[in-house]
Design a protein around this ligand. Structure first.
Ligand code: ADP
Ligand code: ZN
Length: 519
């Protein structure tokens, strides 16, 4: 079967080989398995359903939410000599009916439709008259509340699958699939999670690092000086910080441009052009900058503040090194930024989004505290399983000795259990450091045997340790009305003395002062 697939790839698309993951996903589909395929944007997902569509008799149905993309795809396929059509709201009723008529007569190998169509009974009946061996669900994360673009109409796809006379194979495709999103996709479309193919998220020319406990402005100035001739982006969380940084950089004599949603169109275009044409080497911006920007020689992306989640971070950091040359992605971490992001999430109108967003923020914070390879942490976040340490990132090149911190970890874990696993990180740190905080005494937490166990440490040190243990999955976080922490199975192993905990940061933590104030 795969031989046939390669022949078609060469014949129609002119490519000689499949990219990593494409062949695996295609083989899975041709083997009759409903499959989830996760690849980054530009990874080549279209071919994963287009080739099986050519191999299988009948018409493959492609469900896509992006009207403009549908047209592009169909145009491309038509040029390649593959009969395809789309039906969406851009057509008149008459045009739609005529295409549907052609579709029922088996004229197309691929038929693209918008998910909203599925709420029409007539449309479902038309589909029932067709021979549909495969349904490709593009942008499949739209099925999940946990994705960034939930579309209720996607929930109707499973109903369609059940109503077709011959049960089709379902192929779900997406670029953003965190474990929760993938679970939802599999559950909704009844796909066995074992039939998931995830590849291609690695960027082997990028080196990631997290910088903690340093004066950010001093670091930034040195960093830009060192890279003065190179193009780079500095991302900040708020417009205000962008403006302040921009003015400060100007005063320091750097060629900076700025970009955020609070500027008018004219200013934004001008600033963007200055950066694209290398007039300004540094772009200071909020996350509003970068969509659709095609500048290949960006040598660094520096996050001055914590982004809201790993998806945003990897997307923004990934704008470095598009030309394939070595580039740096640096994140300056300060624990107070977590409060800023939490505040922004709390402000959001959609109450349902709060818990998922807080959980994503926690994973972002985990990135700043993990001591494993940062590239691997990212790949694991996106669901790639077998990864090798990259050898380039800040953690891979960190030559500090590790220290056995099992005893410290046990203190924290037993305190969480004594507190009934119903409080947050800050309260736990308060109890461990023996704080006289009113809440602590009111709740009589000062009577616990673990109270004051770590009174020789600062609350920041204990907080950092808790974050580290969370990043190691030795502590779990439950995002209810407010986040609480608990001890999962893996953590219990540490309490029982079965697992030891090692940490590098332990060595440095003793010398580091508190976080720098932000301007
Ligand atoms: P995605 O939908 O994952 O964002 P596309 O399907 O649009 O990505 O593919 C991105 C680009 O990669 C397209 O230009 C496509 O032609 C090209 N491409 C896909 N598969 C291959 C391959 N096996 N060999 C070479 N180029 C490929
Ligand atoms: Zn690494």
């Amino acid at each position: 079967m795969l031989q046939k697939a390669i022949e078609l790839l060469q014949k129609y698309f002119g490519y000689t080989t499949f990219r990593r993951g494409q062949d695996e996903a295609i083989a899975s589909v041709l083997d009759g398995k409903s499959t989830v395929c996760v690849m980054p944007t530009g990874g080549g997902k279209s071919i994963v359903y287009q080739i099986p569509a050519l191999v299988m008799p009948g018409t493959t149905l492609v469900i896509s939410p992006l009207i403009s993309l549908m047209k592009d795809q169909v145009d491309t396929l038509s040029q390649l000599g593959i009969p395809a059509a789309y039906i969406n709201s851009s057509l008149t009723a008459r045009e739609a009916a005529s295409r549907m008529n052609d579709a029922r007569n088996g004229k197309y190998k691929l038929l693209y439709i918008a998910p909203e169509r599925l709420s029409s009974w007539e449309f479902i009946q038309d589909l029932q008259e067709m021979d549909i061996p495969l349904i490709a669900v593009d942008e499949a994360h739209c099925i999940s509340q946990w994705g960034h673009d939930f579309r209720p109409s996607y929930l109707q796809i499973s109903g369609l699958v059940d109503r077709l006379p011959r049960k089709p194979i379902v192929l779900a495709l997406t670029a953003t699939a965190t474990p929760k999103v993938r679970e939802d996709i599999c559950a909704s479309l009844k796909i066995d999670p074992n039939h998931t193919v995830i590849t291609g998220f690695e960027r082997s020319n990028l080196s990631f690092s997290v910088v903690k406990g340093q004066d950010r402005q001093v670091f930034l100035k040195d960093f830009i000086k060192k890279n003065e001739k190179e193009a780079g982006i500095i991302y900040a969380a708020t417009r205000k910080t962008v403006d302040q940084l921009y003015e400060w950089l100007h005063k320091e004599g750097f060629h900076a441009a700025r970009y955020h949603a609070g500027m008018n169109d004219e200013d934004r275009t001008r600033e963007q052009d200055r950066f694209l044409q290398d007039e300004a080497t540094v772009m200071v911006a909020t996350s509003a900058f970068g969509m659709g920007i095609d500048k290949s020689n960006i040598r660094y992306v520096l996050h001055f503040q914590l982004p809201k989640n790993m998806e945003s971070y990897y997307q923004e950091a990934g704008r470095a090194g598009r030309d394939g040359l070595n580039s740096e992605c640096v994140l300056l971490y300060s624990s107070q930024d977590v409060q800023v992001q939490r505040f922004l999430i709390d402000q959001s109108a959609d109450r349902e989004r709060i818990a998922p967003e807080l959980e994503k923020l926690q994973q972002m914070v985990g990135y700043c505290h993990t001591e494993e390879c940062l590239q691997s942490y990212i790949l694991h976040y996106f669901g790639e399983r077998e990864t090798e340490p990259c050898g380039r990132c800040g953690n891979c090149t960190d030559s500090r000795e590790t220290e056995d911190v099992t005893k410290d970890a046990q203190m924290v874990l037993s305190c969480i259990i004594r507190m009934g696993q119903k409080y947050g990180k800050a309260m736990t740190a308060n109890v461990l450091t023996g704080s006289r905080n009113k809440k602590v005494t009111e709740l009589r937490l000062d009577k616990l045997p673990t109270y004051g166990l770590m009174k020789n440490r600062s609350s920041k040190q204990v907080n950092d340790l808790i974050e580290f243990l969370i990043s190691q999955e030795l502590i779990g976080v439950e995002h209810g009305t407010y986040p609480t922490i608990y001890v999962p199975e893996k953590g219990k192993g540490v309490l029982l003395g079965k697992t030891k905990v090692f940490r590098k940061e332990a060595v440095r933590v003793k010398q580091v002062s508190n976080d720098d104030p932000l301007f």
